[in-house]
Design a protein around this ligand. Structure first.
Ligand SMILES: Cc1ncc(COP(=O)(O)O)c(C=O)c1O
Length: 401
């Protein structure tokens, strides 16, 4: 190995994903025969509906290159049309060139940030925020201005603060995740409208991450794009619905001039997205009735798991603070009352919980500079009784420390 490798050290801003780090320890413990309760991952526990998989399986047996071939970078016309029609049902009007496929949500994030941001741009974010954004924003060299979302206010985005920031700074964009990872809060219609009007008034863009848009348990998802179509770039993934994270498919929609450039970033990184995933999604989106039934079933299951987690927290962790997630896959649990007096960070707790109690979680510090004593808990991947057991073990550990 060269002692002084000569390379672009900016890539060192890319760090191993925190959930990957946790996975490595988890896998080691599993190999040692330990049973690990997984409250760390955003991996869906329900595969795409059987009818869609059966149709795809039939097509896989055809003597054709269709499911194996390169596709246009933007995506096959038929799948783009299926997405366009689905969004139209929600009142969004999008032209052919305003949607592009991406290799999962992550590729949409990378491409949108690459296209939009220049070094030194001011970008407002709401803290806590999905950890995937932090390294990309560092890499883009932007000046991040964070706006803390108060747990006591249900993690509502503080739009007065955003307005103040936009009045005092030349703001390039704001990033918002709704339904949120890690907090599960969703934005209201009034918030969507206000965000849109602020963006128009102050001339900034809104990057809205809608990876969980169909997993809303209370209320409904509000599409900000409707209110400011020239200012909103929306990022989406098929990883959560219909649940194909390993097949790498997502999409971005927004103003044509941005989306056509996002497409070029996708072209230069992966050339095209998997043909097989495109076809599955097309089958899935086209049968609207059965898709609705599938989503309803998934939501019922996830909701009952969420409720199992909440009831166990209520029972065993009276001093913990949380906000009942209205959407998504996660609950953000503030354990400040337990950890601060012991001078223990969430990272230390999360590691101890995994190694000593066999429960995998993600420290809140990976999402937030502000919440140092929180854990992000996923309520989708385990069965309700194991979720309860996981919370029970967490409460036990907090008593022991
Ligand atoms: C809010 C959010 N955006 C984007 C992504 C990345 O999506 P994907 O797994 O499709 O790359 C995730 C993944 O968990 C996410 O939670």
């Amino acid at each position: 190995m060269t002692m002084n490798p000569d390379y672009n050290t900016r890539v060192d801003l890319f760090k191993e994903s925190p959930t990957r780090k946790i996975d490595v320890i988890k896998e080691k413990l599993q190999q040692e025969g330990k049973d690990i309760i997984l409250l760390s991952t955003g991996q869906p526990s329900i595969p795409p509906p059987r009818w869609a998989r059966e149709k795809l399986a039939e097509e896989l047996l055809e003597e054709s290159m269709k499911l194996y071939a390169y596709t246009p970078t933007q995506g096959r016309k038929t799948v783009l049309e299926a997405i366009r029609r689905e969004l139209e049902e929600h009142g969004l009007k999008l032209g052919e060139k305003q949607i592009t496929l991406t290799a999962g949500g992550q590729s949409a994030l990378f491409a949108a940030i690459t296209v939009l941001f220049k070094q030194g741009d001011n970008v407002a974010v709401f803290d806590p925020m999905y950890f995937g954004y932090w390294p990309l924003l560092d890499y883009a060299g932007v000046n991040v201005i964070d706006i803390v979302e108060d747990i006591k206010q249900g993690f509502k985005p503080d739009l007065d603060k955003l307005e103040e920031i936009a009045s005092e700074n030349k703001l390039k964009a704001v990033i918002l995740v709704t339904p949120d990872n890690p907090t599960g809060r969703i934005i209201t219609r009034e918030e969507a409208e206000r965000l849109a009007s602020l963006a128009e008034k102050h001339g900034f863009y809104i990057i809205v991450d809608e990876a969980y848009r169909t997993l809303v348990y209370e209320g409904e998802h509000h599409y900000i794009y409707k209110y400011a179509p020239d200012r909103v770039i929306a990022l989406n993934a098929f990883s959560k619905d219909p649940g194909i994270p390993g097949w790498r498919l997502g999409f971005a929609y927004g103003p044509e001039w941005i989306i056509q450039r996002v497409k070029l970033v996708v072209q230069e990184t992966v050339y095209c997205t998997p043909a097989i995933a495109q076809r599955l999604v097309e089958i899935y989106l086209t049968d609207r009735k059965r898709r609705e039934e599938h989503i309803e079933r998934v939501k019922q299951i996830y909701m009952s798991k969420r409720d199992a987690m909440i009831s166990e927290i209520e029972k065993t962790l009276p001093k913990a603070e949380y906000v009942r997630p209205k959407g998504g896959m996660f609950l953000f649990l503030n354990l400040e009352e337990y950890l601060k007096p012991k001078s223990m960070t969430a990272e230390q707790l999360s590691l101890k919980l995994l190694e000593e109690k066999g429960v995998a979680t993600v420290p809140g510090s990976y999402f937030s500079k502000h919440y140092k004593y929180a854990l992000r808990l996923s309520f989708v991947s385990e069965k309700p009784e194991r979720i309860r057991e996981g919370i029970h073990r967490l409460a036990q550990l907090l008593e022991e420390i």
